[in-house]
Design a protein around this ligand. Structure first.
Ligand code: UDP
Length: 244
């Protein structure tokens, strides 16, 4: 069953928690269907409202997970309860756990070659039965897209984790999903860097207090320009609440 879809500042979001997201994606695979998965946070909502191409890609997506606490709180303000955040990097790892249990093939697409390789080794270390059916770094030209699609299809992967950064991965998935046989294409941003250990996730105190975004900003100050979307997001959420 398709999860309930709401709109945050006119941008779609699916009301899922981690378990229902994984169950839904498993049923997509067992049913032989296809689903693209993207992480939603305030930054992406604001970006989508400035960029029609991204807004349309998100509207056509299979599953839009509540990756950021901002979208969970904005949903709450509309009277919609979302049980928890579903961070994209945690969902990607849960999908690897699901893949190990069910012998689904996983393809890792993206990040630097060394990062991609180490991430695949770390995932196998964590899930010894996991079948990484193929992998490719994220530094290829448009002319090589056909080769990459063939490599994914030849690998027989059920799940492709696409780590090209946003919005590149959203555009890549939208463009190629029709020619890729895998069931699940998840845009995972910097997840392979986190799995490989190049980028540290926030310690758990920051996560439980919903301040992971602040930790990330402090540890990667170059992201400040992306975080300037936050005040705009708060303003848009509050004004749309007042209007309604
Ligand atoms: N990346 C890539 N190919 C590119 C550009 C970026 O594979 O042409 C990778 C990059 O190496 C990194 C990830 O995409 O692993 C982007 O991570 P980031 O944390 O910036 O993701 P975002 O926050 O944009 O989702």
């Amino acid at each position: 069953m398709q999860p309930e879809r709401i709109k945050i500042c006119d941008v779609p979001l699916d009301c899922v928690d981690m378990k229902s997201a994984v169950d839904h994606l498993n049923s997509v695979i067992t049913g032989g269907n296809k689903c693209s998965v993207f992480a939603m946070n305030p930054e992406k909502v604001i970006f989508a409202n400035k960029n029609n191409e991204i807004k349309s890609i998100l509207s056509n997506a299979g599953l839009l997970i509540p990756d950021g606490i901002g979208v969970v709180l904005a949903a709450k303000l509309q009277g919609v309860k979302i049980k928890e955040r579903v961070p994209g990097c945690e969902l990607a790892v849960k999908l690897c756990e699901l893949a190990e249990k069910n012998n689904y093939g996983v393809f890792l697409l993206g990040a630097k070659e060394e990062t991609n390789l180490i991430a695949s080794e770390k995932l196998i270390e964590k899930y010894p039965g996991l079948r990484i059916s193929g992998r490719n770094n994220g530094y290829f030209t448009d002319e090589q897209n056909g080769e990459i699609v063939k490599k994914i299809n030849d690998s027989g992967a059920h799940i492709v984790l696409v780590a090209l950064g946003s919005p590149k991965q959203e555009k890549w998935i939208e463009k190629h999903q029709h020619e890729i046989n895998a069931n699940i294409l998840q845009g995972v941003g910097g997840t392979l860097d986190v799995i490989a250990g190049n980028v540290k996730r926030a310690p758990s105190l920051w996560r439980v207090t919903h301040l992971e975004w602040l930790y990330r900003l402090l540890s990667q100050p170059q992201r400040i320009f992306r975080q300037t979307a936050l005040p705009t997001f708060v303003w848009q959420v509050l004004t749309s609440k007042v209007r309604s």
